[in-house]
Write a protein that binds this ligand. Sequence first.
Ligand code: HEM
Length: 206
Amino acid sequence: MGWYMVKSGLNDNPHVSHFRLAIHQGLALLLIVSILWTILTVNEDKNAISKNHSSILRISYASLILLSLQITLGAFVAGLKAGFSYINFPFMGDSFFPPAIVIKLEPYFYNGVMLQFTHRWLAFVVFFSFLWILKISRSYQETQKYARILIIVGITQVLLGITTLMLYVPLALGVIHQFIAIILLMLLIKIIHILKHPMTPAAAKM
Ligand code: HEM
């Protein structure tokens, strides 16, 4: 996939297809998630009693889907260099919505401005899903610990995204922003793993 992505245009004009970039990033994340899941499964307590965590598990899966969508949109924004289009927040230029002329300029998946608009506001939906996990994880001590970390890292990520945008996307901040997205993904996977395979019998009884 890396080869296929590079083939899309690093020769004369250093710009690759944002779709291929997103798939390449998605595959890298899938590898990270698979490795993490394997490590967690190898280390799990085989005697732990499993309990029905269906409601919090459902919210966690929904949050995982939203986060994956947000990460894919992030790759679209980076791939189209759309972070440079509007650098004020919460407005884009003088208004909340991008100007109608810009919206109509290109189809949605090629329209950097619209993709940036979706990325900036989907962040809050993702964060809301983290808050929901924290709220219903009150009765699961081990999950709650990770849900709290998820909130702290989530706030950091949203503030960092806004800062990256407002400072005209410095390379270092873009890289840290991508790195923290991976941390968020790993935290969510850890929470899902705890819910599906309790680490300790004590956690399962709660
Ligand atoms: C849950 C919250 C968020 C997550 C998980 C997230 C994730 C990501 C990811 C994975 C990328 C791609 C990085 C790359 O491929 O180089 C990205 C790019 C970007 N994000 Fe976010 N993001 C979040 C919130 C925000 C917010 C709130 C803003 C601004 C309002 C923002 C602005 C940007 C910008 C400008 C880029 C492009 C950076 C570049 O060109 O290198 N992000 N985001």
